[in-house]
Design a protein around this ligand. Sequence first.
Ligand code: NAD
Ligand code: UDP
Length: 344
Amino acid sequence: MYLEYKKLLIYFTGIIFILKFSKGIMKKILITGGAGFLGSHLCKKLLLEGNQVLAVDNFYTGRRDNLTDLLDHPNLEVLQHDITTPLFVEVDEIYNLASPASPIHYQYDPVHTTKTSVLGAIHMLGLAKRLNIKILQASTSEVYGDPAVHPQPESYWGNVNPIGPRACYDEGKRCAETLFFDYHRQHKVQIKVMRIFNTYGPHMQANDGRVVSNFIMQALHDQPITIYGNGSQTRSFCYVEDLIEGMYALMQTSKEVTGPINIGNPGEFSMLELAQTIIELTGSKSELVFKPLPQDDPKQRKPDIRQAQEVLGWEPKINLREGLEKTIAYFETQIPEHIGKIVL
Ligand code: NAD
Ligand code: UDP
């Protein structure tokens, strides 16, 4: 069954590839962070669109397993490389996604996190400049910090603590945005800056400390659900398929469209509401336990997506319950006693 699926995927994308190749519109696309959560879904989307994909990753938080369905695909090349050093390749477009995204991972080696954002941006922008190609930056709602404006429009400049434990990520991403706009103004590089709000779905790491993966794994094991603070802080959760559609739509826009543009689901939930929904959907016996709130944890977050609606004609389609059901089904396959028995 699984092999049949793989064969079909290769067959189907092969036909699109040949059609595009014959019309001269087939592209070779570089994805940095291609083995990560979002990167692996983007690889699949771009292959399905009939492109060649070069996935570059240092495998810090990414896994080859995320690309299992695709590894035999003739149009996918995987290269182990750290973008804090230059990369010399010939491609037609770049999606720059490389960066750890969960607080425990980006705070583990904060200096390298900042280097990934800043040096990584410089290297990828340099490549885009030399090749005269479009480049998309995976920026983040963290550029708004602990926001004083709610919901957050792109025009809001944010409220970030520049010396706190989250700064390596938040300020790194802010500096990357600065570099993108300076390369655009100074060197005429075609840029697309996308501010991603909390995204969840299959291929998230079970142990990366993000709230959706933590709560689902805890619920599936009937373990206490760890609420940080009193659980009244809010986030807006976007299902990965919606997010990838928004990312792809932004890359297809004309050169005048630079962003920054928010992509996220405006449905806003407290962490208590999220925990209760996950307990209900998993039928778990878990109880709630309250732990200290991490320093600089934003109190609220919700994207203003009017620009995405107007400029891209994009809005999310999958609501939280539906997305959580799909994500829970994925995490059930990640529980050790199930590994090897489940056919994806
Ligand atoms: P992820 O950790 O699953 O993926 C990041 C990938 O980048 C991993 O495969 C990792 O190994 C790779 N990587 C990290 N540093 C690298 C380096 N120096 N060189 C090469 N590869 C490197 O995270 P994700 O959730 O897929 O996030 C992807 C991008 O989207 C990140 O830039 C992140 O900041 C951004 N983003 C994600 C979210 C979210 O909710 N998932 C929200 C906002 C922004
Ligand atoms: N959180 C929580 N319990 C957990 C993990 C996270 O209550 O086990 C909270 C965290 O304090 C934050 C929210 O969930 O308020 C989202 O955390 P996450 O790390 O997923 O994303 P970010 O803070 O980067 O938006």
